[in-house]
Design a protein around this ligand. Structure first.
Ligand code: FRU
Length: 493
């Protein structure tokens, strides 16, 4: 062990990059690889980390084990993009190397964030040591070229503010006025909470208190908090609560009082209604847009791509906005339209009761599709789309709206391999009586944005490679299709 411990961070990085080369070379099957989402070259990926707009480029770091497609000692993988569409992989940025992030088991450079300070890029992450009685501290690493990072010798926050916590991790740092602020995720006595810190120099941090806390119904530990200003005078806090049943991410919208360190929510809602959306993080870009990436998998899920030597992906970048009613919306960033290839439009038409209408011109596994339906006054009908359908129609993923109950469903019980289950959310038609479904299909993922991003459902699916059909359907009544546009999307890899 003595020898092992003496390796410097730069040696560990070199090792990680070599491991990654080997694991990439060993990877042969590409059946589940995505065509336009960010994913690791090989090995494991979870949370997005350190999302930042730096020197005119978007950087995305992520939790990563370069050596194997399983949850192991966490490194920070790194990719960048000029346009949020095409990504370029960069060398591993952080590797466990110090007493505060390297241990016997269950250790690593856990999640965190990035900021720019005087032309340098700083990563603030959790050093996590030892699974059973974990020690979690907040650490710093600095880079002047945005690629090679040097760790500060000691953690910048070396102990939690109080005892008896379930977790003290995932620092998210931002600037407000003349100070830096940091939220850190935690939980106590069965309630998730976030701590707030303030600093003038990103090294000395003063504890300001508990900025927000669960009311007892929102999980017992809040992972990956992210707080930011959005719209006029509003702040949003996003958290990933542990042990909140099917609910994996929440947003709280309200106001932040920087003087007393208190966040006052006026709304708390689930963020995404799919099975595969976790630990999202945001950045602010030069156009003032608030952009989010989420981990497009879930702890505990079956992960069929592990058999192929890799695991994990990010959602497409999504722009966040608040509606006049204070609801958070997520929409794919406008730049994604650059991927659009062959276009298919359908004339407005009636889908007869109990029909399935195949769309042979759309046989593909990377497709964007925007369909607008008129919800009838009788509201007896069920309508929607089937994706990744096999020739014999036994395999498919169904996106359905039940007009009577207002349920929007993504049913993957016939989707193929991997976990089944039905994702579900209530949504009313828009003011004009229509329902708008915007879908991004990418081989093993389906991202659904309903009514201009008012509700989203994000799921992974693992169909057979030749299940490529897409169809429209209507049941229990007829359905008016008002508009339909679809594009085959070009691959970025
Ligand atoms: C969330 C999380 C974080 C932690 C990281 C470890 O998915 O559990 O709380 O920092 O993953 O990889």
């Amino acid at each position: 062990m003595g020898m092992e411990q003496k390796l410097m961070h730069s040696d560990r990085i070199q090792l990680a990059n070599e491991q990654l080369k080997q694991s990439s070379a060993a990877q042969q099957e590409d059946r589940y690889r995505l065509r336009y989402h960010l994913m690791p070259r090989a090995g494991w990926m979870n949370d997005p980390n350190g999302l930042v707009y730096f020197n005119g480029e978007y950087h995305a770091f992520y939790q990563h084990d370069p050596s194997q497609p399983y949850n192991g000692p966490m490194h920070w993988g790194h990719a960048k993009s000029e346009d949020l569409v095409r990504w370029e992989h960069l060398p591993v940025a952080l590797a466990p190397s110090e007493p505060f992030d390297l241990g016997e088991s269950g250790y690593g450079c856990w999640s965190g964030s990035a900021v720019e300070d005087n032309g340098r890029l700083l990563l603030i992450y959790t050093g996590h040591v030892d699974g059973n009685s974990p020690v979690e501290v907040q650490c710093l690493a600095v880079s002047s070229d945005g690629v090679r990072f040097e760790k500060a010798e000691a953690p910048v926050i070396s102990a939690p503010p109080e005892a008896g916590l379930s977790g003290f991790r995932d620092p998210k740092v931002w600037r407000h006025g003349d100070s830096w602020y940091m939220v850190v995720g935690s939980g106590k006595d069965g309630r998730g909470q976030v701590f707030l810190y303030r600093s003038a120099d990103l090294r000395n941090w003063a504890y300001m208190g508990i900025a927000a806390q669960s009311d007892g119904t929102m999980g017992d530990m809040w992972e990956c908090p992210d707080m930011f200003a959005l719209g006029e005078q509003q702040h949003v806090l996003i958290v990933s609560p542990m042990n909140m049943g099917a609910v994996k991410t929440m947003y709280l919208a309200g106001t932040m009082d920087y003087e007393n360190g208190q966040f006052k929510p006026v709304r708390a809602e689930r963020l995404d209604y799919g099975f595969d959306f976790y630990a999202p993080q945001t950045l602010l870009d030069s156009m003032g847009r608030r952009i989010l990436l989420g981990w497009m998998n879930m702890w505990g899920a079956t992960m069929p791509e592990q058999a192929d030597g890799w695991m994990g992906a990010m959602t497409v970048p999504r722009e966040l906005k608040l509606t006049e009613q204070g609801e958070l919306t997520m929409q794919p960033v406008a730049e994604l339209a650059r991927l659009r290839g062959r276009h298919t439009a359908l004339e407005p038409q009636l889908l007869e009761r109990d029909t399935i209408r195949p769309l042979p011109e759309l046989r593909a596994d990377a497709v964007e599709l925007i369909a607008v339906f008129e919800v009838s006054e009788a509201r007896t009908e069920e309508f929607g789309l089937r994706l990744r359908c096999s020739e014999d129609e036994r395999q498919y993923t169904e996106v359905a709206y039940r007009s009577g109950s207002g349920q929007l469903l993504v049913d993957r019980n016939q989707a193929g391999h991997g976990d089944g289950g039905i994702s579900e959310v209530m949504i009313e038609p828009m003011a004009d009586g229509r329902l708008k479904l915007h879908l991004l299909l990418d081989r093993t993922s389906v991202e659904l944005f309903a009514n201009d991003g008012r509700r989203t459902i994000t799921n992974r699916i693992y169909p057979d490679p030749d299940s490529l059909g897409i169809s429209l359907f209507s049941r229990y009544g007829e359905t008016k299709l008002v508009a339909f546009d679809a594009w085959i999307l070009q691959p970025i890899w």
